[in-house]
Design a protein around this ligand. Structure first.
Ligand SMILES: Nc1ncnc2c1ncn2[C@@H]1O[C@H](COP(=O)(O)OP(=O)(O)OP(=O)(O)O)[C@@H](O)[C@H]1O
Ligand SMILES: Cc1cn([C@H]2C[C@H](O)[C@@H](COP(=O)(O)O)O2)c(=O)[nH]c1=O
Length: 221
């Protein structure tokens, strides 16, 4: 049974870039690694509807905090069987965003902190009702809001398919989301968390995580 590792962080933090580096580093040591990125655009109708809503389509869907959270959660529910199979077949399954994204953004949109009802609602729906696998380790890629926004802007200029959505244009939302992420990490919500900075070297982080897992630290099952 493999371990489930999640990279979390703000829009533009560099999660996808760091994930690619981790995969390369682990595979070079002979480990089998599978990856999934949520939302699963182009695979899940729920993910695609969510992305379209964030770009002004589907009436008032984007203005409903719970409607958006349920779309992202339903994408993960549909992926649950695939996720379990990947865990059975690989040493490591690395996720770019998972349930904590929904907890952080939903709480932040409501202006709640980590102790508010939104985080508990997401936990109950996704881990309780949808029975999604719990992570073994979550990594918060902690990047200042301004730097993450700059990275998202630069990416949007370079790649027309990655235009900034309404969440990415909302600096207040990103700031509040960062605060909820910090609290989730401090409380080790649903697993042990470690925090990585903006210039994290993927190779070094891969070694750090491997050591944690090897020592049994941060492994929840
Ligand atoms: N360490 C880094 N230094 C400089 N630029 C970086 C770094 N990491 C990522 N970037 C750049 O920042 C932009 C955003 O990175 P990336 O797509 O990996 O972020 P992300 O967290 O996955 O974003 P999102 O959640 O919005 O999809 C990309 O253009 C990427 O090349
Ligand atoms: C998976 C997930 C995502 N979100 C938020 C985070 C982003 O602002 C958007 C779209 O995600 P992307 O990584 O920029 O493609 O949605 C969320 O609120 N809840 C989730 O579960």
């Amino acid at each position: 049974m493999g371990v489930l590792i999640v990279i979390e962080g703000l829009d533009g933090a560099g999660k996808r870039t760091l994930s690619a580096g981790l995969v390369e580093a682990w595979r070079a040591t002979g480990l089998t690694v599978a990856t999934l990125a949520f939302p699963r655009y182009g695979v899940s109708v729920h993910a695609d509807l969510g992305a379209e809503a964030l770009r002004g389509r589907h009436g008032d869907t984007a203005s409903s905090i719970e409607a958006m959270a349920l779309l992202w959660a339903l994408d993960r529910r549909d992926a649950a069987d695939d996720l379990r199979k990947l865990l059975a077949d690989n040493d490591i399954v690395l996720l770019d965003r998972y349930v904590a994204s929904n907890a952080a953004y939903t709480a932040a949109r409501h202006g709640q902190d980590v102790s508010g009802p939104a985080v508990e609602w997401i936990r109950e729906i996704e881990f309780g009702r949808f029975v999604l696998p719990a992570p073994d380790l979550q990594v918060l890629l902690r990047v200042p809001v301004a730097l993450a926004a700059e990275r998202a802007r630069t990416r949007a200029v370079a790649d027309a398919t990655r235009d900034r959505d309404v969440y990415e244009r909302d600096a207040g939302l990103q700031t509040r989301t960062g605060e909820v992420y910090d609290a989730l990490a401090e409380r080790h919500w649903m697993s042990r968390w470690i925090v990585a900075g903006p210039d994290t070297d993927a190779q070094q982080l891969a070694v750090r995580i491997s050591n944690l897992l090897h020592d049994g630290e941060g492994v929840t099952r």
